[in-house]
Design a protein around this ligand. Structure first.
Ligand code: TYD
Ligand code: MG
Length: 452
């Protein structure tokens, strides 16, 4: 057998190198490259034959894992109904978005439901956490608190205390003495997260890890922790807005893509029971460029306002500014409007925004975006009791989207009585909603924007 080549890897970013170097080409860190030592059996140890493992069938008689609700309904919804024992959850988000606030409220809620909870802060002193708890009115919650970053001590404490839930805020501050690099480096984050997750699985407790998102939008550089945990939640929101969205991007115990909506108030995060009403609350009188999109987030319908501003540009390359939507999707819609409907946007700046700080990823928003663009460009305000949804294909045809009925029902609940939607094979009808089923974009332009 050929001798294995020595391999080196960077402890800061995980990049693999053929040779040792003082500086990592991939991340620019100095003195971070170490040789990966292959694991070889010690002297006198001969690799033995494997043991035969027992196989089983897929049929199960076990009941589904019991869940513990916090009573904090928006949080329980995102978790898929509550906390599962022996599970690991990662909560990621920008610094300052409110992760510590959310978790202090969550851990207090679980503690009040009878779970034994430990909150470990690696970022703030115990007095600071206590001060925050006071401000949130949680000083009486039976939560045990520690300010510590040395993981070995934390694990020893958990082992002795046997809690049901441990919150680690944040994983980037934790360190193990067996790993040489600094806290927050990929090697430390990987090692400490692995240690905590495997401990939680072994002992049957639930662990919640807080992770800061780096500039590139990933938790601790390469997504080192995401694959280790059962559930990944992101806490999102625009700084200037009080709305915060907790989104499940991975969940082994429930539906992914589910969202919980919160409002940041002077006394912590408050649940938002009716997100659609909240997202539409800032809407003024009907104005060109404003369209209400009937979307689906996770398992529930959510209405949001999509705003566009199209103005003639003085720049050689006109501006395309997008907040809350995918900018590639905007380019596609502009190209379709130009090529299929003959409406040019060259020489015009385009600004697009989802009101309230929600991020919309659904292709069903295409038609609402197109209508907002047309409405602003043509200075035609759409009726204020109209909702829009539908996917646009490159040919300009409208594709039906899922859950038409749920979208319409939510619109009706909020007092809307008209909708523009793609044509369905089986026409949907809802009393009280005037449904315009359109085959393609050209017809939408002709019907609502008096051109095309
Ligand atoms: P924090 O939970 O510390 O954020 P993270 O842990 O994600 O870094 O939240 C910090 C922000 O939240 C801070 O700017 C102040 C604001 N905040 C409130 O508006 N109301 C409150 O009751 C609390 C505790 C914080
Ligand atoms: Mg924090």
């Amino acid at each position: 057998m050929a001798k294995a080549l020595a391999q080196f890897s960077c402890t800061a970013c995980g990049a693999v190198h053929r040779k040792w170097a003082g500086r990592c080409d991939a991340c620019g860190a100095w003195n971070s490259i170490i040789e990966d030592v292959p694991i070889t059996p010690g002297p006198g140890v001969r690799p033995g034959k494997g043991r035969r493992i027992a196989l089983s069938t897929l049929a199960t008689t076990e009941p589904p894992p019991p869940r513990k609700g916090s009573g904090f309904a928006e949080l329980d919804r995102v978790l898929g109904g509550g906390l599962v024992a022996a599970s690991a959850i990662l909560v990621g988000g920008d610094p300052g978005i409110g992760k510590s606030t959310l978790l202090l409220q969550a851990v207090s809620a679980f503690a009040r439901k009878g779970l034994k909870c430990i909150y470990v802060s690696g970022e703030e002193a115990a007095a600071q956490v206590r001060l925050r708890a006071h401000r949130l009115g949680l000083q009486e919650a039976p939560v045990q608190l520690a300010a510590e970053t040395h993981l070995r001590d934390i694990i020893a404490t958990i082992e002795a205390e046997t809690p049901d839930l441990v919150v680690i805020d944040s994983i980037q501050t934790m360190w193990l003495d067996t790993v040489e690099s600094a806290p927050g480096s990929v090697a430390q984050v990987r090692a400490t997260a692995h240690e905590l997750v495997s401990f939680a699985k072994r002992r049957g407790l639930a662990v919640i890890l807080v992770g800061h998102v780096t500039k590139e939008g990933q938790i601790a550089g390469p997504r080192v922790v995401e694959h280790m945990v059962d559930t990944v939640l992101y806490f999102e929101g625009e700084r200037g807005h009080q709305f915060r969205i907790l989104r499940a991007v991975k969940n082994r115990f429930g539906p992914a893509d589910e969202i919980g909506v919160f409002e940041m108030t002077g006394t912590g995060l408050a649940e938002v029971v009716n997100p659609s009403a909240l997202f539409l609350s800032e809407r003024g009188a009907p104005a060109p460029g404003s369209v209400v999109f009937a979307g689906i987030e996770g398992t529930r319908p959510v209405l949001t306002e999509i705003q566009a501003l199209v103005a003639s540009s003085t720049l050689g390359t006109p501006r395309r500014t997008v907040v809350g939507l995918d900018s590639a999707r905007l380019s596609t819609i502009l190209a379709v409007l130009e090529a299929r409907c003959g409406i040019p946007f060259a020489g015009m700046d385009v600004f697009l925004n989802v009101a309230g700080g929600l991020r919309v990823a659904e292709p069903a928003a295409d038609l609402a975006v197109a209508c907002a663009l047309l409405s602003s460009r043509e200075h035609i305000a759409l009726p204020s009791d109209l909702v829009v949804f539908g996917e646009i294909s490159l040919s300009g045809a409208l594709r039906p989207v899922s859950q038409t009925e749920n979208r319409l029902k939510e619109a009706q609940k909020l007092g809307f009585c008209r909708a523009i939607a793609p044509r369905l094979a089986k026409p949907a009808a809802l009393p009280g909603i005037e449904l315009h089923q359109m085959p393609d974009l050209t017809e939408v332009v002709g019907r609502f924007f008096g051109a095309g």
